[in-house]
Design a protein around this ligand. Structure first.
Ligand SMILES: [Zn+2]
Length: 78
């Protein structure tokens, strides 16, 4: 069986849930842990920041509600 990885933490889990992104109009496959933590995948935060401006993703960046390297201001300006 194909292994599906959580969009947010990239770990393979037995159970992933579909969850509507809070930042973009897309559906995400995420594990329970990431959903409970109200995380968004790092690339979604960057994409949404580029599309709607840094104010839109400010909460996520300040509270670090994503997994991975810190998102730098210039990454949102692409
Ligand atoms: Zn996860």
């Amino acid at each position: 069986m194909e292994k599906i990885l959580c969009y947010s933490c990239s770990k393979s889990k037995n159970k992933l849930n579909t969850r509507k992104s809070a930042l973009l109009t897309i559906n995400l496959l995420m594990c329970e842990t990431c959903i409970v933590s109200k995380f968004e995948p790092r690339w979604v935060v960057i994409l949404a920041g580029g599309q709607f401006g840094s104010d839109h993703v400010k909460e996520y960046i300040i509270k670090k509600r994503y997994i991975g390297q810190p998102i730098l201001a210039d990454e949102l300006l692409v």
